[in-house]
Design a protein around this ligand. Structure first.
Ligand SMILES: Nc1ncnc2c1ncn2[C@@H]1O[C@H](COP(=O)(O)OP(=O)(O)OP(=O)(O)O)[C@@H](O)[C@H]1O
Length: 387
C-alpha cells in the first residue's frame, strides 16, 4: 500500500471535525462583539428569537432600555430583550455557500442561511474547511448520480463552479493524497448527532473514492469496489438497530481505511469498529429494537434454516422486542446474505455465525433464580417453557 484516505464515523459529536453534520445552539451573542443593546437603532434589520421558527426576521421600531420593539414580517409588533435579538443584513442568505462569509456571523445568520438553503433543497454548505451537511430525509438521487461524481472529479479545485458537496471533500482528500501536501495520508471525520446522516454521508464518501480511483482498473477494480461497498450491509446488519431517533442507527463507531496504489488506483480497505453498544443485545429501551441481524434472520430465514440455527421455527425470544413480520427485514436479509457471500464468507462459515446468534437468543431466554447470599441457579421450569 502507498497511502490512504480514512473515514472516521463517530458515535459522539465531540471530536475535531473536517466533514460534519452538527446542531447549532442558540446564543445571546448579537453580532456586534459587545453584546450591548446600544448598537440597535430604529430601522435596523434584525433576527428575533422565536419559539417555533427559532429565529425570525424583523425590523427595530423602538427602544426602551433593555427592551427593543421589533416589527415582524406579519406587521405585528413585539417587545424583545436585547439578548434575544441579532443583527441581520440584506444579503441573500440562501445563496451564501460558505458560512464564514456571513456578516455578522451569528447563530441567527448561520441558522437562517442553512434554513434558506434547506428550503431550496440545497443540503451542503461550507464552513471554511468543514462541510455542514443537512439531512434531507428524502431520496435525492440527482445529488449523487454518476454524472455528479464525474463532474466533481473533472472540475476539482474549481470552487467557483462546484457547489459545496460531500464529493468535493472526498475529491480534496484524494487530490491531496496524490499530489499535494507531501503526498500524505488524509482523514475525513464525519460527526454529528444520532440520525443526522453520518452513515449515509460516509457511504457517499466511500462510493466516490472507490468510483474515481477505479476508473482505469478494469475488472479487478470493480471487484475491489464492490467488496468494499458490500461491507456496509454486513456492518449495518450486525451493528445497527432501530432507535427512537433513527430506524437504522449505527450502534458503533467505525474507522475505515481505503488503501491506494502509487498511481491512485484503489487497492483495498480495512475497517476497525469500536464502542459497539453490546448491552443492546440483552436490553432495549421501549420502542427500540435489538440489532437488525436477529430480525433479519427470524423474518428472512426459511423453516429448514431456522430449525438448524435455532432448533425451532418460531421467533419467540425474550430478547427480540418489537418483533413483527417485516418485509424490510426480509429484503435486508437477502442483501446481507449476498454481501456475506460476495466478501468471501463461505456458506459453512455463515451457518456457524447464525448458530452462534441462535445460541445467544436461547441464552436470553434463561431465567435465574436464587436467594441472596446463596448464589443463584437457572430456573429450569421457566427455561423449559421458553427455550
Ligand atoms: N444524504 C442523505 N440523503 C437522503 N437521506 C438521508 C441522507 N442522509 C441521511 N438520510 C436519512 O436519514 C437517516 C439517518 O441517517 P444516518 O443513519 O446516516 O444517521 P447517523 O448520523 O449515521 O445516525 P446514527 O448516529 O444514529 O447512526 C437515513 O436512514 C436516511 O433515511
Amino acid at each position: 500500500m502507498e497511502r490512504g484516505v480514512s473515514v472516521l464515523s463517530t458515535r459522539n459529536a465531540d471530536l475535531p471535525r473536517k466533514t460534519q453534520v452538527g446542531s447549532i445552539t442558540k446564543s445571546s451573542y448579537n453580532g456586534n462583539g459587545k453584546d450591548d443593546q446600544s448598537v440597535f437603532k430604529q430601522g435596523m434589520l434584525v433576527f428575533v428569537h422565536h419559539d417555533v421558527d427559532i429565529w425570525t426576521e424583523g425590523t427595530v421600531s423602538g427602544i426602551e432600555g433593555e427592551n427593543i420593539l421589533v416589527t415582524l414580517p406579519s406587521g405585528k409588533e413585539q417587545w424583545v430583550k436585547h439578548k434575544d435579538i441579532a443583527l441581520r443584513n440584506e444579503c441573500d442568505y440562501g445563496s451564501t455557500e460558505d458560512l464564514t462569509l456571513l456578516t455578522p456571523l451569528t447563530c441567527a445568520s448561520v441558522f437562517q442561511c442553512l434554513k434558506k438553503r434547506y428550503q431550496q433543497d440545497v443540503f451542503y454548505t461550507r464552513a471554511g474547511v468543514t462541510l455542514v451537511a443537512i439531512n434531507p430525509f428524502k431520496d435525492v438521487p440527482s445529488l449523487y448520480k454518476k454524472e455528479v461524481i464525474d463532474r466533481y472529479h473533472q472540475l476539482h479545485g474549481q470552487r467557483k463552479v462546484l457547489s459545496p458537496h460531500v464529493f468535493a471533500i472526498a475529491q480534496e482528500a484524494y487530490s491531496h493524497m496524490r499530489q499535494q501536501v507531501g503526498r500524505m495520508n488524509q482523514s475525513v471525520i464525519v460527526s454529528g448527532e444520532s440520525g443526522s446522516g453520518k452513515t449515509v454521508t460516509a457511504k457517499h464518501l466511500m462510493k466516490y473514492l472507490t468510483s474515481i480511483s477505479n476508473s482505469n482498473a478494469g475488472d479487478t477494480g470493480t471487484r475491489i469496489e464492490s467488496r468494499i461497498l458490500d461491507s456496509n450491509p454486513i456492518l449495518e446488519a450486525f451493528g445497527n438497530a432501530s432507535t427512537s431517533r433513527n430506524s437504522n442507527s449505527s450502534r458503533f463507531g467505525k474507522y475505515i481505511q481505503l488503501q491506494f496504489q502509487r498511481n491512485g488506483q484503489i487497492l483495498g480497505a480495512s475497517i476497525q469498529t469500536y464502542l459497539l453498544e453490546k448491552t443492546r443485545v440483552v436490553h432495549q429501551s421501549e420502542n427500540e429494537r435489538n440489532f437488525h441481524i436477529f430480525y433479519q434472520m427470524l423474518n428472512g430465514g426459511n423453516d429448514v434454516e431456522k430449525e438448524e440455527w435455532l432448533g425451532r421455527k418460531d421467533s419467540l425470544f425474550k430478547m427480540i422486542t418489537n418483533h413483527g413480520a417485516c418485509t424490510e427485514d426480509q429484503q435486508s436479509w437477502r442483501q446481507t446474505r449476498e454481501a456475506m457471500g460476495d466478501i468471501g464468507i463461505t456458506a459453512q462459515q455463515q451457518d456457524s455465525i447464525f448458530k452462534v446468534l441462535g445460541a445467544i437468543l436461547h441464552l436470553g431466554n434463561l431465567v435465574f433464580d436464587g436467594d441472596g447470599d446463596q448464589g443463584c441457579y437457572v430456573d429450569t421450569d421457566d427455561q423449559g417453557e421458553n427455550s
